[in-house]
Every structure is written in structure tokens, then in C-alpha cells.
Design a protein around this ligand. Structure first.
Ligand SMILES: [Zn+2]
Length: 414
């Protein structure tokens, strides 16, 4: 049996609609004639689709552009008041969120610092408060909210929308984050690893804008990387791709959170830098680090190690140099595997770029294949702390503008 004609039309209509919206999104302002050129759709169909989209507010007219045969062409752009999307990122310290309109322009922002001791309930409350606050600030009706993207710091199950585990939040286990937020706000919710939403943000708005293949490396309480091939994020078969922190760099090294030994995370994550400093000082090493931490070893953080290193402290410099060497080895391995056009390091590493980044670059040149490093660009993120939330919002927008796949129908016997 053939597909019914009406169904065909609906499919074609949906496809045309998505193509037109995506073209307008890419070109920002475009005329109907130009739309015909870039999409290949007949002008009559373009006019019909545009008429519907103008009525729905998804498109609006934006003055006139070049004239064709003496007639000025009216330009079309995305309707700025037709809806908004929210992106939220949370971790153990704070929740940060923002709303963007269909053109990815940030229209409101909010954040909330969390108390020293956080638990599941406090974080869930803070996420919902931040979202409510953002909606209020947009001055738009909540009915204009299209969807919510969440950037999660831990292990997630994207398909089920469950936040599985976070090593920094004590009672955070199997939290059905997607359904909690969908019930609370009545819109679709997407969850993604925060390293990946930051990677997406680097591609759209950051130093990676021009790169076709990019790798974003984040060093924080853990170490991870995000990979983009063209416009697509690479997630892997079970969506666990990018666990750079669990590459073994040290035979017989210390036990890692993941249960293995000698992982990069045990040598170069921010908590690892602090604990290496504390251990060395307990063994008698003299360092500025203790003084910077107010004389209390328990209060030593990676920031103190960075600051001491900037002041020329030998212990701190040694710790950072060793960590940079291990990080370089792991990143060089990833470069050999994925052959990115550009590697972008998190801005935390940028803060100490003169101390760590040079070593990392040197090790990459030494360890990675010449064919992979010959034209490799290495950069440091210049995006602000809202990058994770912005990437989460853009991820939802990409879904809104997704072009339906035209697949071959399954034929049955006649
Ligand atoms: Zn590990």
C-alpha cells in the first residue's frame, strides 16, 4: 500500500517548513527569492510555508533587501517574540540559567549560589527557582516557553532523562531530572553532560566557531572532553564518550573514583592538585601554598596551588608541571584517535596558561603523530561561566529546528 496522499503532503509540508526555518536561522535575514535558491523549493510552496510561519509568529518581516528586477525584496527573519528556550547548568556550588529567543539571543539570566552543604532536595529546589526566575524576567507568558535544556555535571542516562550519579553531591543517585522538570513546567526537557553543552557553545559562539572537528578539554573536579564532528556532538554507543579523565597515565597509580588505578583524574584534576600539595607538605615540603590557605592544610585548593606557582613556589610549579605532562599525554592520545582540527582548553587552564599550557602543548607535539599536529590549532576558551547553560539552550533550539528525516517507508505486501 502506498502512503496516503494527505500523509505525503504533511510529511512534505513539515520538511519544507523545517528547511525554511533552518535557512532563515542560518542567514538571519533572507528574502523569499533567496530562500528558493538555497532550499530548492518552488516559489509557490515557499510563499505558502512563509505565510503560515508569519501567521504563527515564527517568522517576521525585517525590512527590504536588494531589489530584483526593480522590485525590493522583503527580508524575513525569525520571530523574536514567538517563544523562548531555557538552559540551566548546575553543580555543587551553584545553579546558573538563561533564556534565549529563537535567534539564540540571551533574553534573561539568573543564578543562585548554593550553601556549603548541599543535597538532592536543595539542588532540585534551586534549579526550579532559577527557572521560575528566568521565566519572570523574560516578560513573556510561560506559554511561550518551548523547552528546557539541562547541563549536568555527573553521569547521565540521556535516553531515560535520568541524572545517574554525581561524585560531588552526596545523595544524588538516579534522579529522574527530566520527568521532574517536565511535570513542573509542562514542556519537553533535554539533559546532556555539561562538558558536551560547553563544547557545543564553543562551536557556536567561541573560538571553535570555524573548526569542522573540535575537541574541548575541561579540567575541573574531574577531567572530560567533548567532541564535535561538523555540527554533531559525538556521544558514543552508550553516550559515555569523552571520559578523558579515566585514561590510565600512571602504572600502579592511586585508586580512582571509577574503581580503576592511575587514571589521569588522580593526577591532574583540581582536587588531585590540592591533595598532592597537602601530601607533600605533610612529608615536610616547604611551600607558600600553606600560607595562602591560611595555615590550614584542610583548606588547600587548586587555586592556592595556582597562586603559589604564579609567585614562583617550587612545590606548586613542580605539581603543575607533572600534571600538565600527564594531561598532555592523554590529550595527545585523543588527538591520535580523533584527529581534531582544533583542541580548546577550558578557561581554568587559561588562568594558568603560562604555567601549564606550554607544557601541555610541548607534550602534544612530542607524543602525537606529526600528521595530526601539523595543522592542529590549540586554543583556550574565552566564553564566560554561562557557557554550559547557553550550550544546553542551543541544544534544545537545534531540536526545535531539526529537519525531519525522510526515510524509505516500510512497504507491505499488496
Ligand atoms: Zn578513573
Amino acid at each position: 500500500m502506498l502512503l496516503e496522499e494527505e500523509n505525503q503532503q504533511t510529511l512534505t509540508g513539515r520538511y519544507y517548513r523545517a528547511l525554511v526555518l533552518t535557512a532563515v536561522r542560518q542567514y538571519h535575514a533572507i528574502s523569499r527569492i533567496q530562500l528558493r535558491k538555497v532550499t530548492g523549493i518552488r516559489l509557490a510552496s515557499i510563499s505558502k510555508v512563509v505565510k503560515d510561519l508569519l501567521e504563527e509568529g515564527l517568522l517576521e518581516e525585517a525590512g527590504s533587501g536588494e531589489s530584483v528586477r526593480g522590485r525590493k525584496q522583503i527580508l524575513l527573519r525569525l520571530g523574536s517574540a514567538s517563544g523562548f528556550v531555557i538552559g540551566v547548568e548546575f553543580d555543587v556550588n551553584r545553579v546558573i540559567g538563561l533564556a534565549v529567543d529563537l535567534t539564540s539571543r540571551v533574553v534573561s539570566q539568573s543564578q543562585k549560589k548554593l550553601p556549603q552543604v548541599v543535597n538532592r532536595k536543595r539542588i532540585l529546589n534551586a534549579i526550579q527557582e532559577v527557572i521560575c526566575d528566568i521565566i519572570k524576567q523574560t516578560n513573556q507568558n510561560q506559554s511561550k516557553l518551548i523547552g528546557i535544556g539541562v547541563a549536568d555535571p555527573g553521569v547521565i542516562d540521556i535516553r531515560k532523562g535520568i541524572s545517574v550519579f554525581s561524585s560531588t553531591i552526596s545523595d544524588w543517585r538516579d534522579v529522574p531530572l527530566r520527568s521532574i522538570l517536565e511535570d513542573a513546567f509542562g514542556v519537553p526537557v533535554m539533559i546532556e553532560a555539561n562538558t558536551r553543552t560547553k563544547t557545543l557553545c564553543e562551536k557556536r559562539f567561541g573560538v571553535g566557531k570555524e573548526a569542522k572537528n573540535l575537541m574541548f578539554v575541561e579540567v575541573g573536579s574531574g577531567i572530560g572532553c567533548g567532541l564535535m564532528n561538523g555540527k554533531e556532538l559525538y556521544r558514543g554507543f552508550t553516550e559515555s564518550a569523552g571520559e578523558l579523565g579515566h585514561v590510565r597515565v600512571l602504572e600502579n597509580g592511586p585508586v580512582c573514583n571509577c574503581g580503576s588505578y592511575g587514571c589521569l583524574e588522580t593526577q591532574a584534576s583540581l582536587p588531585a592538585l590540592a591533595s598532592q600539595a597537602v601530601r607533600a607538605m605533610k612529608e615536610g615540603a616547604v611551600s607558600r601554598i600553606l600560607e595562602l590557605a591560611g595555615g590550614e592544610a584542610d583548606r588547600v585548593t587548586a587555586e592556592h596551588v595556582f597562586e603559589a606557582a604564579r609567585q614562583g613556589d617550587k612545590l606548586a610549579l613542580g605539581i603543575l608541571d607533572k600534571a600538565a605532562e600527564y594531561l598532555g599525554v592523554a590529550v595527545a592520545g585523543a588527538i591520535n584517535l580523533f584527529n581534531p582540527e582544533m583542541v580548546i582548553f577550558d578557561s581554568k587552564l587559561g588562568l594558568v596558561s603560562e604555567l601549564m599550557l606550554e607544557t601541555v602543548k610541548r607534550v602534544i607535539q612530542r607524543q602525537a603523530l606529526a600528521v595530526a599536529t601539523r595543522d592542529l590549532k590549540i586554543g583556550v576558551s574565552t566564553l564566560g561561566e554561562e557557557a554550559g547553560a547557553l550550550g544546553a539552550a542551543v541544544m534544545v533550539l537545534d531540536k526545535v529546528f531539526e529537519i525531519p528525516q525522510r526515510t524509505v517507508p516500510e512497504f507491505v505486501e499488496v
